[in-house]
Design a protein. Structure first.
Length: 234
């Protein structure tokens, strides 16, 4: 009886050779993370969640309706110190990977379109830093008002938290631009001519809290045309 309990104890500790390298650490983090709320302490102001966009591809763009489909890697970064660990206790592991469903996750979404994201793991660092980069298909409607004058269409992708105002979740932009270093421009009738990331803070008459959004603006111009007037586009 005592002997059996000793063996069970060993297995539960997961310190023996047949255990996988990350088992004990991931279990330790998941146990600590279970049922947690937004990592804002009683005294701290708010949680910074940074957002960035890496544009991969413009799949389609209709110059009449403005309907567009894009592929992008969205980048989200925040810190949840409750998940931190002492790497010396866990074989010097300083980084692990976990499903975001197992930890507290933000609710930042695209307001003016539909997205579908691949279920990818988040990187979790021993200091509680979290990096999540879900590859995302974005469907939105772009502004075509300038198409007839200069052949351009502008897509604005507005992101914000669905439920948290800025006093709890402070959305910040990783950059003032979109990362286009991985953009695949071939095989589509449009040039990417301009891009930007803009953070905006709004106050409404009703409420004292700030409302924060980050908007990614992408301008595309139709290829292989001279943009001198209406006639060439009709
Ligand atoms: C949070 O973001 C603000 C910018 O909006 C910055 O000034 C502040 O230092 C950030 N706080 C932390 C803890 O990173
Ligand atoms: C349309 O073109 C005008 C003049 O260049 C510019 O000021 C405006 O921002 C453009 N609209 C959009 C939606 O890009």
């Amino acid at each position: 009886m005592v002997y059996t309990r000793a063996i069970v104890g060993l297995l539960a500790l997961c310190a023996v050779a047949q255990c996988q390298r990350f088992d004990a650490l991931n279990k330790y983090i998941i146990d600590k993370a279970a049922g947690t709320s937004i990592p804002v302490s009683a005294t701290s102001k708010s949680l910074n969640v940074s957002i960035g966009m890496t544009l991969i591809q413009l799949t389609s763009l209709d110059s009449k309706s403005g309907d567009a489909e894009l592929e992008a890697w969205m980048t989200f970064q925040w810190t949840d110190t409750r998940l931190s660990w002492d790497s010396a206790t866990f074989n010097d592991v300083t980084i692990t990977r976990l499903p975001v469903s197992k930890i507290w996750n933000h609710d930042v979404i695209l307001f003016n379109g539909k997205t579908s994201a691949s279920e990818t793991l988040a990187l979790v660092h021993s200091d509680g830093g979290i990096l999540h980069i879900p590859p995302t298909t974005i469907k939105t409607r772009c502004d075509v008002n300038n198409y007839t004058t200069d052949g351009t269409v502008t897509c604005s992708l507005k992101y914000g938290s669905w439920t948290y105002d800025g006093s709890l979740l402070n959305l910040v932009s990783r950059s003032t631009s979109v990362d286009v270093s991985s953009y695949e421009s071939g095989g589509i009738a449009w040039h990417l001519t301009d891009h930007a990331a803009t953070r905006e803070v709004k106050h409404y008459a009703c409420c004292s809290e700030p409302y924060v959004d980050v908007t990614f603006t992408l301008t595309f111009q139709v290829k292989g045309q001279r943009y001198s007037g209406w006639s060439i586009f009709s």
